[in-house]
Design a protein around this ligand. Sequence first.
Ligand code: GAP
Length: 513
Amino acid sequence: MANDDQFKKVISHAKEYGYVFQSSEIYDGLSAVYDYAQNGAELKKNIRDYWWKAMVQMNEHIVGIDAAIFMHPTTWKASGHVDAFNDPLIDNKDSKKRYRADVLIEDYCAKIEGKIDKEVAKAEKRFGDAFNKEEFVSTNPRVLGYLEKINEILSRMGKSLEAEDLADVKALIEELEIADPLTGSRNWTDVKQFNLMFGTKLGASAEHAMDLYLRPETAQGIFVNFLNVQKTGRMKIPFGIAQTGKAFRNEIVARQFIFRMREFEQMEMQFFIKPGTQKEWFDYWKETRMKWHNSLGLGEENYRFHDHDKLAHYADAATDIEFKFPFGFKELEGIHSRTDFDLKQHEEFSGKKLQYFDHEDNASYTPYVLETSIGLDRMFLAVFSNALVEEALDNNTTRTVLKLPAVLAPVKAAILPLVKKDGLPDIAKQILEDLKWDFNVDYDEKDAVGRRYRRQDANGTPFCITVDHDTLEDNTVTIRHRDTMEQKRVKITDLKDIIKAEVDVKHWLQKMK
Ligand code: GAP
């Protein structure tokens, strides 16, 4: 299936099966804002829990907090967001469409990358088993030429953005003859900076109202609480503070469904370390976060690191974990070595000391910070789009299956009486009553059992449990596995253990070891 078609399918499946709805749809929706529906809310909660368990519960040196969305406005001056949280925007004078200048240039480079992929595919065909991709990419003159061009473009863009030389960013767009992707027009305005924070007001009367921002990241709620948590939790460096919560950004290029939203949720962890140890911890968290992703089994080939050339104002090293979404490899998570920038800034702006006294060294210092930051909605999209498959069956039909990792699936098992009579619904409901103490389970008696299986497959339910006339005789049921469609006869009393073995967080998180 073409990637575009696959992505459209993902969006319509998410709506049809109660995962994601457009916000305020009856009023024609609100752009780049989405609601999670009955199944989506469960999947999102399960992803959040999976992150929290790995990060907080399994780490004796990491604690979790839940800071407020509203923060004192000086927070955002100190963090640099008031002055530097900008996107470089450019308008097309003919189409009146607005774009991020850096995204237009990056998309141009992605097209060159596409040419490299084509060269590789051609050579792979020509050389067969003897083909060595690494060698080919590092020696083929055409590929090397493409790579050099990409490098040149991105490094010039990085330097111009760093130096706030927006005229050169526009010049680059013109030199590369980049056109409006919708209309082909090359009639561009100058590039301008646009601040992404949403403003709001606190207070009852206009004269006394205080200007506030909706937080654009959860991280600052952790920095301003650093000393409170360290003291009350008697935390010793190295230690981490984790939190999940909403963040808001007035994204201009808000496309691609829940990939780029104006209201979204982050799962962030700031790890406070001794200055000088940041390289070691950067490597540690890169590896640990990739292990977390791989424990879910979405395919190691679908992840890659992308180290930053252009660093944010607060970082001395940064990498993205990119995931292969239906529209290509894009950032899923950021790992940033943030130095002591944030704590020092908050010290300066608040006038309060934010230092740590190290008993071993008998000295105080401002800790350095290693941050891991992942968008919950992006993780949802990664999991959901990866899970949706159309499978050809032996009988020349196809089935749509949502192969969600069982630990994340919204409904763990559906209990289906074969017919709506002969006492079968009563037994099925009794099984439901017993299992619901441990799992989110569903009861379904409508339609033929085959159709019910298909419905549960498309919903991502890992198990279907069918109660039939034999159940009346021997207290056994059929349990059907979503991915293999294999059916087994098992005792009702064994159901809990069978389901638990596959959906239990421990079973999945142990793969990180
Ligand atoms: N505290 C660091 C920070 O916020 P970021 O790279 O701007 O870093 C971290 O954001 C993660 O948040 C991203 O990797 C992405 O997963 C998610 N994210 C950022 N902007 C988003 C948006 N508009 N919609 C959905 N997720 C977003």
